[in-house]
Ligand binder design. Structure first.
Ligand SMILES: C[S@@+](CC[C@H](N)C(=O)[O-])C[C@H]1O[C@@H](n2cnc3c(N)ncnc32)[C@H](O)[C@@H]1O
Length: 257
């Protein structure tokens, strides 16, 4: 059998290093080759709740849960960063494994800053973010020549736990496709604000929940129907608003497999 890692000439996760790796939105097959190599080589893996169990099962090293999940004490961001620095300074090969992409609404930037400031060598291994790969699993191209030339990625969740405060007129005037993370419970409020800011109530919209997972749940609606459609959708969800959503009627490939 071909040794793919050798053939690709990938670097090793060295002692004293931290790799910040994105595992993709769900499907274990969406990990990158660098990410997979890090899983196999790491002596310690700090992972969050969104990482697929099958990937974790491949890791021979110690696994430390460092995410937020109901019923489990959640680690504070500073504690995670401190742990990464400490483990690296002990000379361990350290993998920080996150869902999606570590630099997209994933606090990877904060962890990388902590490493940089502590003088710990690190590598960023991008992953497939839910707002792009998750949409692809729903048959929604994030851009399409006939529908949109730009996309805005927005987090719905402000640091105070409420809907992010934003200039809705500017959002409505900007890119014609809007992709919201961490926004399911605010779907109705977001839709109202966008309609008030001038977006048509019949603009296609979707909730893509548990994307790229066995229980993927896609609801295609319109902007005015977004709140009702999101009400009982699973919490792990992306909202997408724009004409590109309508392409799902032709391109929803997963439903056909
Ligand atoms: C803290 S953010 C992490 C985003 C991640 N870094 C990424 O690039 O996808 C968590 C949010 O990402 C979105 N998300 C992550 N995985 C998802 C999935 N499989 N299906 C739908 N939404 C997902 C949801 O909006 C969720 O609330």
């Amino acid at each position: 059998m071909v040794d793919a890692f050798a053939a690709l000439d990938l670097p090793d996760l060295l002692p004293g290093w931290v790799w910040l790796v994105g595992a993709g939105p769900g499907d274990s097959g969406l990990i990158t080759a660098l990410g997979l190599k890090a899983i196999i080589q790491a002596e310690v893996v700090l992972h969050d709740a969104l990482v697929d169990e099958k990937l974790l099962a491949l890791a021979p090293g110690e696994k430390i849960y460092a995410g937020k999940r109901a019923g489990v004490r959640s680690c504070k961001q500073d504690e995670i960063s401190d742990m990464l620095v400490m483990l690296a300074k002990q000379g361990k090969r350290v993998l920080r494994l996150k869902g999606g992409d570590p630099f997209v609404f994933g606090r990877g930037g904060e962890e990388a800053q902590a490493l940089a400031r502590a003088g710990v060598p690190f590598r960023i291994v991008p992953g497939i973010t839910a707002g792009i790969g998750g949409l692809a699993y729903a048959g929604i191209p994030v851009t399409h020549r006939d529908t949109n030339h730009a996309v805005t990625f927005i987090t719905g969740h402000g640091s105070d736990g409420k809907l992010t405060r934003m200039d809705w007129d500017a959002v409505a005037r900007g890119a014609s496709t809007l992709v919201f993370y961490m926004a399911r419970k605010f779907a109705g409020e977001i839709a109202q604000d966008l309609i008030a800011a001038g977006l048509a109530a019949d603009t296609p919209a979707a909730i893509v929940a548990n994307a790229a997972r066995p229980d993927q749940d896609v609801r295609i609606t319109t902007l005015s129907g977004l709140g009702a459609a999101a009400a009982d959708a699973p919490a792990l969800a992306i909202l997408v608003i724009g004409e590109n959503v309508a392409l799902a009627s032709e391109l929803a490939w997963l439903a056909r497999t």
